[in-house]
Design a protein around this ligand. Structure first.
Ligand SMILES: C[S@@+](CC[C@H](N)C(=O)[O-])C[C@H]1O[C@@H](n2cnc3c(N)ncnc32)[C@H](O)[C@@H]1O
Length: 259
């Protein structure tokens, strides 16, 4: 799967795009970086919304699974006082994310490492929150995924998630951001996802359907454009249809890990 996501030269591309957009790349802030490092359709506004729903207190230990370039992680660190460990399968995103975190002098609060969401190498019960945003779509074994999240959390810890899920109308239209065709896409319906999460030891606190909420316009400096290149145009067209016809729904949820 990493072959689909890997990109070389990403840091240089991000910095060049931000410079072209008039940003001072030698004094970047989380806000400056936002369009280029939140790699999901809703951009930073969706990250901000989910973080508000989670209402993190300062010092919260967060494991960001599938954290990509680290835009959400840096936002949680700077704007909510969290300490974030980012795990992602894609080595070039981890490298780029770490370089951006160093540039913003946040390495004491955000760390990046390569890892698989299905085999999280963290001590049991060592996190207050698992944050995972648009990262489980390639994963068929949701039972194992959510069991791993529960294991990483202390009792009372929370799973904070944003996921595209299968809508009432099927099949979905390809290409989507995470797959060219059905062989790499594993969406389940909101009811099925909720059931898996509950069976994994979670209780739902927040379950919001954001399918109708429009994302920010994609610019030349947006992460999806920088990563997907010209392939993004067909992805955006399919995404509009998938959402309008409710083939894909977008859910944000916060769940508590039961003792
Ligand atoms: C659409 S991006 C979202 C990145 C980030 N969460 C964000 O919102 O900016 C999907 C991410 O999931 C990661 N991913 C896919 N399968 C994974 C797995 N099994 N373990 C860890 N990361 C995975 C990809 O490498 C990619 O970074």
């Amino acid at each position: 799967m990493t072959g689909y996501w890997e990109r070389e030269g990403l840091l240089e591309r991000i910095l060049a795009a931000l410079a072209a957009a008039g940003k001072n790349v030698d004094a970047l802030t989380v806000e400056d970086l936002a369009e280029a490092d939140h790699f999901h359709g809703g951009g930073k506004p969706a990250t901000d919304r989910l973080a508000r729903r989670a209402a993190f207190s300062p010092g919260t230990r967060v494991l960001d699974v599938g954290g990509g370039l680290g835009g959400p992680a840096r936002t949680l660190a700077v704007e909510h006082g969290c300490h974030v460990t980012v795990v992602d399968l894609t080595e070039s995103y981890v490298r780029t994310g770490r370089a951006l975190t160093e540039r913003l002098e946040l390495s004491d609060r955000v760390t990046h490492r390569v890892g698989d969401a299905l085999a999280l190498d963290v001590p049991p019960g060592s996190f207050d929150a698992v944050w995972t945003q648009n990262s489980g779509m390639n994963i068929a074994n949701k039972e194992r995924l959510y069991a791993g999240f529960a294991r990483a959390l202390r009792p009372g810890g929370r799973l904070v998630t944003q996921e595209p899920m299968a809508g009432p109308v099927q099949p979905i239209v390809y290409p989507v951001m995470w797959a060219r065709d059905a062989t790499a896409s594993f969406l389940r319906s909101p009811d099925e996802m909720r059931t898996v999460m509950e069976r994994s030891g979670f209780r739902v606190q927040v379950w919001d359907d954001l399918t109708e909420v429009p994302g920010p316009a994609m610019t030349q400096a947006s992460a999806p454009r920088l990563i997907m290149g010209d392939a993004l145009d067909a992805i955006v067209a399919a995404q509009q249809r998938n959402r309008a016809e409710r083939r894909i729904v977008m859910i944000q949820a916060v769940l508590e890990r039961l003792p």
